[in-house]
Write a protein that binds this ligand. Structure first.
Ligand SMILES: Nc1nc2c(ncn2[C@@H]2O[C@H](COP(=O)(O)OP(=O)(O)OP(=O)(O)O)[C@@H](O)[C@H]2O)c(=O)[nH]1
Ligand SMILES: [Mg+2]
Length: 279
């Protein structure tokens, strides 16, 4: 299965990001901490316009924090981008607001000091970008304390940009998730599919589940075995079969229901039921 998803609204969104970036003081780049490097879209490099970037490793409640801490320690993102900082976050948590605003203020220290020296209150504009389903709208809603932006656990929920005012000091722009126009690296593409950044409807469920079993066993042996109380030996489709048997996912004639087993497996991963994982 060759995975590539770049619908028309993303071309428009990328074009608009390039314009809107001129109007903002800082970019909030929401990455999915379950696949942090795959969710670093090279297309978004082109829109930074040398603005400060706050990288948010989001969904850290579902991710493997030892891997995330190593990424932070090795400065993988900061080395690549000057004037940036990186935080890990759970965008649904109440503490997210202070963490994010404090980091933004640090990144925009110069502008704030300039305003204060002129005796005026500071006002900062931020633009939230990232691959689909990384939690951008959830973060925007949390920051403004209201459900202004529509959210949902699937790719492509936000279709247009939306400015939201937060108190008297901040304005935040929520944007649609954007992907790579040419998703050549299929290992990256698979990770994006697992985390729900690619529209599920265009993917072959069984192939995705088998690829997932293959990938996850290399890095997290026993994660599947533990969850379904099975042994995870054998070819990926045999493991899928064992999951179906363990969960009694059978078709009318008693045959294994591979489709339902595939959905259960991917859904369990997305909900964190296979443990804290970072691929
Ligand atoms: N566990 C967990 N779930 C989160 C977190 N942040 C967001 N979510 C969930 O992830 C799903 C996607 O969130 P959205 O805010 O709609 O993602 P988005 O980046 O705006 O998605 P698009 O608009 O499609 O680009 C929702 O079900 C959220 O509840 C987080 O930090 N932890
Ligand atoms: Mg959204």
């Amino acid at each position: 299965m060759k995975i590539n998803w770049f619908p028309g609204h993303m071309t428009k969104a990328l074009r608009e990001l390039k314009v809107e970036v001129k109007n903002v003081d800082v970019i909030i780049y929401v990455l999915d901490a379950r696949a942090p490097l795959a969710s670093l879209n090279p297309e978004l490099d082109k829109i930074s316009d040398k603005k400060p970037i706050l990288f948010v490793l989001n969904k850290c409640d579902l991710a493997d924090n030892s891997k995330i801490d190593k990424l932070l320690k090795d400065n993988v993102l900061k080395v690549k981008y000057e004037n940036s900082s990186v935080i890990k976050l759970n965008a649904t948590s109440s503490g997210a607001i202070n963490i994010v605003f404090n980091e933004i203020k640090k990144l925009c220290k110069e502008k704030i000091e300039k305003n204060i020296s002129k005796g005026i209150n500071f006002f900062l504009r931020a633009m939230v970008v990232g691959v689909p389903n990384s939690g951008k709208s959830t973060l925007v809603n949390n920051l403004c304390g209201k459900t202004k932006a529509l959210t949902g656990n699937k790719a492509g929920v936000t279709r247009g940009k939306q400015w939201v005012t937060v108190g008297t000091n901040f304005q935040i722009l929520d944007t649609p998730g954007t992907l790579y126009p040419n998703l050549e690296n299929q290992s990256v593409a698979r990770k994006l599919a697992y985390i729900g950044s690619i529209r599920d409807e265009i993917l072959d469920k069984n192939e995705l589940a088998c690829d997932f079993i293959f990938d996850i066993r290399k890095q997290y042996p026993q994660a599947i075995a533990k969850r379904y109380n099975i042994d995870e030996e054998g070819l990926p489709y045999e493991v899928l079969e064992k999951i179906a048997m363990a969960r009694k996912l059978l078709l009318k004639g008693g045959e294994v229901d591979y489709d339902r087993a595939s959905i259960v497996l991917i859904d369990d991963f997305r909900k964190g039921k296979l443990g804290n994982i970072t691929l």
